[in-house]
Design a protein around this ligand. Structure first.
Ligand code: DWN
Length: 403
């Protein structure tokens, strides 16, 4: 079952205000086979904490429901590989990581990259059995489960000296922030570098990336909220770097307060410049609902003009869009996706089938809506024949455009 949140995950305040809601939504990654039951629907509502400026979900779905068999695989795209290079360069400017533990290690792709770039001891922590088996096949030890203090003790016993703890796009999934920090205390020594990468709330608000709001993402991180969380902890923010990946992400490096290493200027600069108000979220909500109305109007007009439309990228974002647009296979015939675990299944909450990317040039529809807009440049290059044959892309974020 799900639980209602009444206290801020970062600062504990009970003065939380509702700022955005998409009503009842299915789980964004619950891709079902035709014979399987579709996902249950849960409230999808964002609460804002005026004290620490954290945006966060009012409803928490248990990790066992979300991640026991998780179809999201770290992207194998050139875009993601280029991001790994940038992230690793930033890490190497801080330390020479020989032993690396990744929290939310997925199929081990980043750990594999770390091993190829000098790491000699690696291990991962992830609750998804299907993904951990993939990592096993790469020879990467993966502890099954979410990070808590018990799991941290298990990983620590296997790797007692950890140079680098990485948490890429997993801290935004964490519900109990205090437990997460206590678990870091178990894993880390005073010289360990902790690297937390999450989508950045300022990019979400600026580009109206409402489709990145779904039940897996329990929070929408601000630097101020992280500062509140760490106030009474043994850790402090050491450096903050912004990256373009996933529509705009922030990489927060933490150091132990006993490391003797002073924070980088980027921390004070970001803390000083970051201004997030409830009005920003309320404005975001109005813009998001306008985005949904505009795209729905465009799709219905194109269908009235007898145009054929498909989707490209069965991302979690696609699920949020298609359920918010209240569209069916009558309007969007199918969604192409390269992830084998998603093919021959349906978009959660909709009767829209997911097929292999080859369908785009086999069927040659008039329009393809790119639900993986964060990879659009690479997808456009990959699917050049679709465009040459007269097909047009609809890209919904950051601004609705037809190319
Ligand atoms: O936090 C999360 C972010 C990091 O990733 C997870 N909770 C869930 C996931 O969100 P997403 O599903 O929106 O992620 P992506 O990586 O934006 O999804 C892209 C989708 O598009 C994937 O299903 C793969 C597909 N794709 C494709 O079919 N052809 C992607 C590329 C680049 C392609 O060429």
């Amino acid at each position: 079952m799900w639980k209602l949140h009444t206290k801020c995950r970062a600062c504990g305040s009970d003065k939380l205000n509702s700022v955005f809601s998409l009503g009842l939504q299915p789980l964004a990654n619950a891709f079902a086979k035709p014979s399987e039951l579709q996902s249950a629907f849960y409230p999808l509502e964002v609460l804002f904490c005026p004290l620490c400026t954290l945006g966060q979900l009012s409803c928490t779905v248990p990790p066992s429901t979300l991640y026991s068999n998780y179809p999201y695989v770290t992207s194998k795209s050139e875009t993601m590989q280029a991001h790994f290079e940038s992230l690793w360069k930033a890490i190497k400017s801080e330390c020479e990581p020989e032993s690396v533990c990744e929290i939310g290690s997925n199929d081990g792709d980043f750990l594999n990259f770390a091993r190829a770039n000098g790491a000699v001891a690696i291990c991962g922590i992830d609750p998804a059995e299907n993904l951990a088996e993939e990592a096993d096949r790469k020879g990467i030890q993966t502890f099954r489960g979410v990070l808590d203090q018990d799991m941290a003790k298990t990983a620590f016993s296997a790797m007692p000296v950890i140079d680098l703890v990485v948490a890429r796009h997993v801290f935004c999934h964490v519900d109990d922030w205090q437990e997460f920090v206590k678990s870091l205390e178990v894993l880390c020594n005073k010289n360990t570098l902790v690297v937390i990468e999450v989508p950045y709330v300022l990019d979400l608000l600026k580009n109206v990336e409402f489709d990145t709001i779904y039940h897996e993402h329990t929070s929408y991180l601000s630097i101020k909220a992280m500062q509140f969380l760490l106030e009474d902890s043994p850790f402090q923010m050491h450096k903050v770097i912004r990256f373009p990946i996933h529509g705009g992400a922030i990489c927060i490096m933490l150091r132990h307060r006993k490391s003797g290493i002073d924070p980088h200027d980027s921390v004070s600069q970001m803390l000083h410049s970051e201004q997030i108000t409830e009005d920003d979220w309320n404005e975001f909500g109005m813009s998001a609902h306008a985005k949904i109305d505009n795209l729905r109007e465009l799709v219905l007009k194109l269908k009235a003009d007898k145009k054929s439309i498909v989707g490209y990228g069965a991302s979690a974002k696609a699920t949020v869009w298609l359920n918010s647009l209240k569209l069916s296979r009558d309007q969007v015939a199918f969604v192409c996706d390269s992830t084998s675990q998603k093919q021959n299944r349906f978009v959660p909450g909709a009767d829209i089938p997911i097929v292999d990317p080859g369908a785009l040039t086999r069927e040659l529809p008039d329009y393809a809506i790119c639900w993986a807009w964060n990879f659009f440049r690479e997808i456009q290059t990959k699917e050049v024949l679709f465009r040459e044959k007269g097909g047009k892309w609809i890209v919904p974020v950051p601004e609705l455009k037809i190319v």
